[in-house]
Structure formats: C-alpha cells, structure tokens
Design a protein around this ligand. Sequence first.
Ligand code: KG4
Ligand code: ZN
Length: 331
Amino acid sequence: MILSIESSCDDSSIAITKIETNELVYHKKISQEIQHSVYGGVVPELAARLHVEALPKILQECEEYFPHLKAIAVTNAPGLSVTLMEGVTMAKALAISLNLPLIAVNHLKGHIYSLFIEKEEVLPMTVLLVSGGHTQIIEANSLSDMKVVATTIDDSFGESFDKVAKMMGLGYPGGPVVQEYGLKGDENRFDLPIPLRQSPKIEFSYSGLKNAVRMQIQKLEESEEGLTEQDKYDICASFQKTAVAHIMQKLKKQFKINVSKNLAIVGGASANIHLRGQIEELCKKHKTSLYLSELKYCSDNAAMIGRVAVEQYKLNDFVSVDEIDIQTRIK
Ligand code: KG4
Ligand code: ZN
C-alpha cells in the first residue's frame, strides 16, 4: 500500500491505496473552506496553520496500515509554498521513520488521475483541466508524456468564479455559490464580452471578463436601488454563461485541429453543470467518449495523488528525502 498526502492549497487529505488493485482502502479530507470564506479567498499562512492541525489528526487514523506500507507519496508541485511544505515535511518524516521510499507527485497529474481512482488507466486522452489555479487543455498520452496545448494568460476559470463571488460578498469558494445564484438569474440580462473571441489562438483569459463584471457591479451599486439580490442572480447567470462560452469556443477550435477519441474534464471547477452539459453535447456531436471524475474527487484530494503514486511506484520513480523540493509553479 501507498500512503499519500495532499496539502497544495486548502484541503488537508491523506489516502491509502493498494498497489496491486488500485483499491482505496482509506481516504479522508478536511477542507478549510469555512475558515477562508470570511476572507473571500485562501489566506496562505492560515491554510498552512490549519494543515498543521489537520494532517496529524488524519494520520493517527491510518496507523493500523503502517506495517503494510511500501512507499510515502506527497504533492510537491504546484501549489502554495507554505502549504506544500506542510505535506512534504510530514512525508519526509514518515519516510525516514518508517524507512520507506518517497514519491513526489505533480498535483495536476493528480487531477488527471482522479479519473482512474479505483480504476484502470485510460490513455491517451485530451484533458480539460479547470481548477482554482489552472485552465489548461492537455494532450495526455501517458503519465510521463503530457503536453499542455492551451493555457490561461492570466486568471483561471475557477479563480474567476471566486473573484466574482468575492465582489458581491458571496464567500469562498465562488464556483458553487455562483452556480447556485445563476440558477435564479437571467443569463441574458448583461451583455458581457466573451474573452479572446476574435483571436485565432487557443488560449484562455479571464481578467477582462472579471473587470467587465466589476464595472457592472459598480454601476448597479451606484444606481438608486443599489445592488439587489436579483441583480446578483442575473450577474452570476450572465457571467457563468460567458465564462463557459469562452471555454467552449476554444475547445471547439482545438477539436477542429484534432478531434479527440477520448476527452476528460478534471479539476475542482469540472463540477460546473453548465460546462459539463455543453461538453457532453460537443462530445456527442463528434462521437468522442467523455470521461468525468466522480464529483467527490473533482476537488483536491489525496486519493488522486495516491493513484498517480501507484504508477510512479511501478516505474521506480522515487525521490530522496534530501532531494525532494517544492515548486509553486510548473513551467
Ligand atoms: O481543483 P480545486 O479543488 O483546487 C485547485 O487546485 O485549484 O478547484 C477549486 C476551484 C475553486 O476556484 C472553485 O471556485 C472552483 O474550483 N469550483 C467551481 C465549481 N465548483 C468548484 N467553479 C465553477 N463551478 C463550480 N460548480
Ligand atoms: Zn487542484
């Protein structure tokens, strides 16, 4: 079995995965969403402190598996430096004290392998990764052969939901609440610009849309009635429609270059029902098989890190305690 640790952002999570069968024998996650909600976003130092409390608590529950462990795995990149450090420090201590090899796992590969938790790997596939930190189209051929074919030039898809929610005081994370508010709103009330609409390039951008929303909110706040609940519903609906339309335009462009046989959507924001619905339609049209991770594995978790670690273990892809390093970004 492999014990895996995830602490790249605001979720403290540990999993135990069987190497031979991919069976997830233990998995727990303690989310810090409530603690960060009042600040409208993740506060790195607070997140690190909460990991220090949560990770040892979870680890205590896993002690019975210690004699069966063959390796310790941990997310080492990308993420917040102070939170990655908590997981990596715990992983190093476990590797030394239990005399086990250490596996450093890339968080983004983790999101891709969230598709294969307790399952066999299905590759190659085209992956749309939409999370709080990333918006990417990746051609994933194998664990060691993944090519980013499109990325964002500024904010990410999930982050733009977080920022729009923050502007209206709706708390953190913004994705679920904006989606919820949008259900009660008129998506055609505000005419927001679809980012990079005229650009032939396959890349993403969310800062312009975010600013257009900000200006709209300001206008409403300065109006006689002020910003009403209905205004908020309509802004959420209109914003979401535009944010999803941007992804769909670029994904369709990518399909013009290469129609994928297999397409997956992964990452915390892949929970978005509008995005899912429209991608389902696109796949139907092109007879592409669509893969989605289970909702409980869309957001950050250690089960997906453990699933990658199983493959790395089989490839003898270990790192020494002295050499493991954290990276906040992946170039
Ligand atoms: O993958 P994840 O848990 O953390 C990162 O690695 O970033 O993704 C969290 C992000 C947040 O920005 C959150 O607002 C967004 O995913 N998210 C959503 C939805 N649910 C979560 N965005 C849009 N629609 C949703 N339903
Ligand atoms: Zn993530």
